[in-house]
Design a protein around this ligand. Structure first.
Ligand code: ZN
Ligand code: ZN
Length: 347
C-alpha cells in the first residue's frame, strides 16, 4: 500500500512533531497494520522528559509508543496466520529465536531483542506499522482495538502475578497505583487472589484502584501502610506482594508486612537503580524475591482474560487523545501525573 502517513516524531527533549513519512512495506513474514490505538507508557514519558532510560539514549528523530492495537491491511507473501481485516494486538519485542533464552521459552531475556520505542528502535505513534506476523495476536469481535493496545501493559501485570505464584485464597499487596500497579491488581484478582490491597500517595490513583476492584487502599502519606495491612490481616501479613513504585520506602514496607515464607515481586525501577533494604528482616522471614523484565508467552492468555470479561482492561484508561494533539498529550501527562493515570492516543 503506497502512500503517506502521519508520524509523531520526537525531535528533542519534550519536543514532538507530527510529520509525514511514507507508509512502510511489509517483508514476506510481516503484516502492515493500520494502527488504531497506542497507549502512553511511563517509559515513553521518561524518554520524552529525560531523553534516556539508563543506557538507552534517544537520538532524535525518534518515535515513541509501544502499546499498539490495530487492523491488518496488507500481508507479506509468507504470512499464513493472519488475513486482511484481522484486528490485532501487537507484541512489541522481536527476538532472535535461536539463543538459549529464546529456545527455553524465556524469550523476553533474549540479548538480541528488538523492541518498539527502545532506542535505537522506533515505536509506533504513527498511522501504519509493519510487524512480524507471529507477534500480531488476533482479538475476538467483542474486543476493541483500544483493549488490544492495553494488552501490552496487562501482560506485565500478569507476568508479575504469575512470577509471584498468585492463587486462590491469598491476600496480596500492590505498592504503586500507576498503570503497572493497576494492571497487577487486575491480574491478581483475575487469578483468584481473594484480597488485594493497594498503596500509593496519589488520591486519584487510589480511587482508580478501588474502582478496578481493590479490596482496600492506603494513602502512604497519611497512614502507616504496614500497620494498616497488619490490622486488615489480623496480624498475619500478606502472602504475596508486587512492588511497582520503585522506592526504598515501599519495598521496605513490603518486607515488613509480608508473611514468613512469602514472595515479593519487584517490578518498579528505582530512580537511581539502587535500593537499601532491611535484608536481615527478609532473611528472618525467608522471603523470596522475584523480578520481572517485561513478559513472555502472555498475550494469548491476556486476550482471553479480556475477551471473557475477567479483566476489564479498558477501565484503566482516564484520557484519550488524538494523534494530532500528541505534543499536548505528552506534556500534560508529564505535568499532571496525579490526574492522568493512563492515557491512550487514538490514531
Ligand atoms: Zn508499556
Ligand atoms: Zn534470542
Amino acid at each position: 500500500m503506497e502512500g503517506i502517513m502521519k508520524t509523531a516524531v520526537m525531535t528533542g527533549i519534550r519536543k514532538v512533531e507530527v510529520t509525514n513519512r511514507p507508509i512502510p512495506v511489509p517483508a514476506e513474514n510481516e503484516v502492515l497494520v493500520k494502527v488504531e490505538y497506542v497507549g502512553i507508557c511511563g517509559s515513553d514519558l521518561h524518554y520524552y522528559e529525560a531523553g534516556r532510560i539508563g543506557d538507552f539514549i534517544v537520538e532524535p528523530p525518534f518515535i515513541l509508543g509501544h502499546e499498539a492495537g490495530g487492523i491488518v491491511v496488507e500481508t507479506g507473501s509468507n504470512v499464513r496466520n493472519l488475513k486482511v481485516g484481522d484486528r490485532v494486538a501487537l507484541e512489541p519485542g522481536k527476538t532472535c529465536g535461536t539463543c538459549e533464552f529464546c529456545k527455553s521459552g524465556k524469550y523476553n531475556l533474549c540479548p538480541d531483542v528488538v523492541f518498539f520505542a527502545t532506542p535505537p528502535v522506533d515505536g509506533v505513534f504513527q498511522e501504519y506499522a509493519v510487524h512480524d506476523a507471529g507477534l500480531c495476536f488476533p482479538i475476538p469481535d467483542n474486543m476493541s482495538t483500544m483493549e488490544a493496545a492495553l494488552i501490552e501493559p496487562l501482560a506485565v501485570g500478569l507476568h508479575a502475578a504469575i512470577q509471584g505464584g498468585a492463587g486462590i485464597g491469598q491476600t496480596a499487596v500492590v505498592t504503586g497505583a500507576g498503570c503497572i500497579g493497576l494492571v497487577s491488581l487486575m491480574a491478581l484478582k483475575a487469578m483468584g487472589v481473594s484480597r488485594v490491597y493497594v498503596v500509593d500517595v496519589m488520591e486519584k490513583r487510589l480511587q482508580k484502584a478501588l474502582e478496578l476492584g481493590a479490596d482496600g487502599v492506603i494513602n502512604g502519606r497519611e497512614e502507616d501502610a504496614v500497620a494498616k495491612i497488619m490490622e486488615w490481616t489480623n496480624g498475619a501479613g500478606c502472602d504475596l506482594s508486587i512492588e511497582t513504585a520503585g522506592t526504598e520506602i515501599t519495598t521496605t514496607q513490603l518486607i515488613q508486612m509480608e508473611k514468613k515464607g512469602s514472595t515479593i515481586v519487584l517490578v518498579g525501577y528505582s530512580a537511581s537503580g539502587k535500593l537499601t533494604l532491611p535484608v536481615s528482616t527478609a532473611l528472618d522471614k525467608e522471603l523470596t524475591f522475584k523480578t520481572v523484565f517485561r513478559y513472555r508467552n502472555i498475550y494469548p492468555m491476556a486476550i482471553e482474560a479480556v475477551a471473557q470479561g475477567k479483566i476489564k482492561i479498558k477501565d484503566i484508561v482516564t484520557n484519550i487523545f488524538e494523534l494530532d494533539e500528541i505534543a499536548d498529550a505528552l506534556e500534560q501527562s508529564v505535568e499532571n501525573k496525579a490526574d492522568i493515570v493512563k492515557g491512550v492516543i487514538k490514531i
